[in-house]
Ligand binder design. Structure first.
Ligand code: NOJ
Length: 510
């Protein structure tokens, strides 16, 4: 019997971006009450847990990743009472709740930063007389001048000053914030910028480089990311998580230069998991998928914790658009859900939503947009639940204000209500895949074995009795040509007899 405290090891976690999930009070902005109303939908979808992106008090300079009060709910998103109702309602339905923790930086509206601007407690942040050459991930210098003439560090927007993690008060505060939410019943944390809190001593320059520093991560380390000192923080946090019953976990959002570096965040004395973004970055071809899968599984073996799989989140273009079609997105999803480990889904991917590419510039809110021209707003458009575009596709109750970002007319066919009873819909595919993933003894944890196949085709076997075929090529393949037979459990697109068309994944019982 697996230990229930290990629930996260093969969990399917659904990411809720609260501002865009569902609106209960009709102001056009999603809220925690909206999540509560939609809990039956999430339970029926068959996920194991929700991860809530930040809902804390925030000026929303970066969609809530700029926290002004770590222990309260922003009035636009509801109240602590709504949060408690959400946790209770989720738990009643067997759903766990993970919250986002943003420890690298606060909002510039946080009382600590406001005090620092008055000259008190400046050492909780990183102030210097002169800036160094570090760049903000959102473009431009990572330093902004304060009214007293000194400069403060912000690896993200100027409204997100970086905390100084050498300060014991900062460390103590976050231990206390962890306890605050653990006491309220959360099952875990998603740690934002988990690789960023500790900076190299003396804040050395990065030095000359081509292109933006934000693009350097793949080949070399920068002095503000992935420093050894961050691991000390996780070793302080782990005993706190372990002191609560029921398996409280933490998953790192860490962008580091290799899976080997990522593996260092995970283990019995640090965090439970780290997002494996390599799968999300892989192209839609058998070779890239296979390489990434092999590398990820090998690393997971080393750390002794199963890997995570992700195809979409609130920071990257939705995978329908990234991979070029709904058919490919559905095929990639069935591949992901057949792999050992846990999978993170992003709200709306179960509806097959595409990236909204034509938002008017003046409505875009991503702080990166003004500085780099790149914007993440297109994956943050409020979800279409039912009805017509004029009604905001049921994002809020009848008569609500228009959703905070406009939804495209093409989503009329993609509302949850429109897909509900359609056996060919993406919603039905996700429900069916999640049901089978739970029911089939080969899925979830365990190992995989590749079977010889043509270059553009992936065939993987899991015991007992499960085979997957993904055709990433341009020519159809037949199961018999692959030496396979068996009942089709699920297919990501229509099959003609035993033929697996291009851009299709098939799950077989054999
Ligand atoms: C990563 C979050 O996912 C992203 O949305 C945010 O902008 C940055 N961290 C800064 O907090």
């Amino acid at each position: 019997m697996p230990d229930p405290a290990d629930w996260w090891r093969d969990a399917v976690v659904y990411q809720v971006y609260p501002r865009s999930f569902a609106d209960s009070d009709g102001d056009g902005t999603g809220d925690l009450g909206g999540v509560v109303r939609r809990l039956p939908y999430l339970a029926e979808l068959g996920v194991d847990a929700l991860w809530l992106s930040p809902f804390y008090t925030s000026p929303l300079a970066d969609g809530g990743y700029d926290v002004a009060d770590y222990r309260d709910v922003d009035p636009r998103f509801g109240s602590l009472a709504d949060f408690d109702a959400l946790v209770a309602g989720a738990h009643e339905r067997g759903l766990r709740v993970i919250v986002d923790l943003v420890p690298n930086h606060t909002s510039s509206e946080h009382p600590w930063f406001q005090e620092a601007l008055q000259g008190r407690g400046k050492d909780r942040y990183i102030f210097r007389d002169e800036p160094n050459d570090w760049e903000s991930i959102f473009g431009g210098p990572a330093w902004t001048q304060a009214p007293d003439g000194s400069y403060y560090l912000h690896l993200f927007a100027p409204e997100q000053p970086d905390l100084n993690w050498d300060h014991p008060e900062v460390r103590a505060e976050f231990r206390s914030i962890l306890r605050f939410w653990l006491d309220r019943g959360v099952d875990g944390f998603r740690v934002d910028v988990a690789h960023g809190m500790v900076k190299a001593a003396g804040l050395p320059d990065v030095g000359p480089k081509e292109g933006r520093q934000a693009e350097m991560l793949g080949d070399e380390q920068v002095p503000y990311f992935d420093q050894d000192g961050v691991h000390e923080i996780y070793r302080e946090w782990r005993p706190i998580l372990d002191s609560y019953p029921g398996g409280r976990m933490a998953v790192a959002e860490a962008w580091v230069s290799s899976p080997a570096r990522l593996a260092r965040y995970v283990g019995p004395d640090e965090l439970h998991q780290a997002f494996n973004f390599e799968f999300m970055m892989a192209g839609f071809d058998a070779k890239s998928f296979r390489e990434v899968i092999d590398r990820s599984l090998a690393e997971a073996e080393i750390v002794g914790a199963p890997t995570t799989w992700v195809l979409s989140n609130h920071d990257k273009p939705r995978h329908v658009t990234r991979h070029g079609s709904l058919a490919r997105a559905r095929a990639a999803t069935l591949l992901m859900l057949a792999l050992p480990g846990s999978a993170y889904l992003y709200q709306g991917e179960e509806l097959g939503l595409d990236e909204v590419l034509d938002l008017p510039d003046e409505l875009r809110e991503d702080p990166a947009f003004l500085r780099t021209g790149e914007s993440r707003d297109g994956c943050r458009v409020p979800l279409p639940w039912s009805g017509t575009q004029a009604e905001g596709f049921g994002f809020g109750p009848a008569g609500s204000a228009a959703p905070w970002l406009p939804q495209p007319a093409s989503w009329a066919a993609l509302t949850a209500a429109a897909q509900e009873d359609d056996p060919g819909s993406t919603l039905t595919l996700y429900r069916e895949a999640l049901r089978l993933r739970k029911a089939h003894p080969a899925l979830g944890l365990g190992s995989i074995e590749w079977v010889e196949a043509p270059e553009e085709v992936l065939v993987l076997r899991r015991e007992p009795g499960f085979t997957l075929v993904t055709n990433t090529g341009e020519t159809p393949v037949t199961l018999s040509a692959l030496g396979l037979a068996g009942e089709v459990l699920l297919a990501s697109g229509p099959m003609a007899g035993e033929t697996v068309p291009p851009d299709t994944t098939v799950w077989l019982a054999r």
